[in-house]
Ligand binder design. Structure first.
Ligand code: SF4
Ligand code: SF4
Length: 226
């Protein structure tokens, strides 16, 4: 799923400053699961923004709230015609795709991001997500035992381990398993070790986001809009 983190309240305050009536728009899918932009976060942010506005003493803003089932799916955007009819801007807590889908649907309205889209991740435990895919556009999981070398190897290398792996750990971080040791072990279990002999030509990593193993607990701490 797509993992996102709530933007800082001060940053959001600056982005919404020019607008009066603002629709805080949540998304009921990935950002709900990772606790960055679902119904609960919309309510929390709505209250936090109102408080911030009152503290500033200007009472300038009016905040409305709504959470769609999925912002990235046109099927669920029809309701925006009514929900965004009288607002000056939409503050979307959807991922970057959701923000763009909403912006396409509302061509005359500013649609502002309320979260930072971080990565495609898998839940490791409650409140912790692990990057597992960089959407590289050329998936090799069939040849790497279902373990992504681009996101799980710190160097993103495609032809076996670098010289630094030690006791199954990555030389860059002792906390991390070496992805290529994991790949080797799984291939061995599956009796497919010959796959290790294949050579993959170099890839243009300029076209691929840098590998990033980020474990995020921020969202799970309760909205993160601090
Ligand atoms: S190889 Fe890795 S980064 Fe590329 S599509 Fe497959 S899982 Fe995603
Ligand atoms: S030790 Fe393993 S995971 Fe770390 S950079 Fe080298 S091959 Fe990649």
């Amino acid at each position: 799923m797509i993992v996102a983190e709530a933007k800082n309240l001060t940053e959001i305050g600056k982005t919404i400053a020019p607008y009066g009536r603002i629709l805080v728009l949540g998304c009921g899918t990935c950002v709900t699961v990772c606790g960055a932009g679902g119904e609960r976060e919309v309510a929390l942010l709505h209250d936090a923004l109102r408080l911030m506005d009152m503290k500033a003493g200007n009472g300038k803003h009016v905040f409305l709230e709504c959470t769609l089932k999925r912002q990235c799916d046109p099927e669920f955007l029809d309701v925006l015609e009514e929900k965004a009819a009288n607002v000056d801007a939409v503050l979307s807590l959807g991922c970057g795709i959701g923000v763009q889908a909403v912006a396409e649907r509302l061509p005359d309205l500013p649609v502002l991001p309320g979260v930072n889209t971080s990565f495609l991740g898998m839940a490791k435990e409650w409140g912790v997500w692990d990057e597992r895919c960089a959407a590289c556009g050329d998936c090799r999981l069939d040849e790497t035992a279902g373990i992504c070398p681009i996101t799980r190897c710190t160097k993103g290398i495609l032809n076996g381990p670098c010289a630094g792996t030690k006791n199954g750990r990555c030389e860059v971080s002792k906390e991390m398993d070496c992805a290529w040791v994991l790949i080797y072990q799984r291939l061995e279990n599956m009796r497919q070790l010959e796959t290790m002999r294949r050579y993959y030509p170099p890839r243009n990593f300029r076209a691929i986001p840098r590998p990033k193993r980020v474990l995020s607990k921020i969202n799970a701490a309760g909205g993160g809009h601090e």
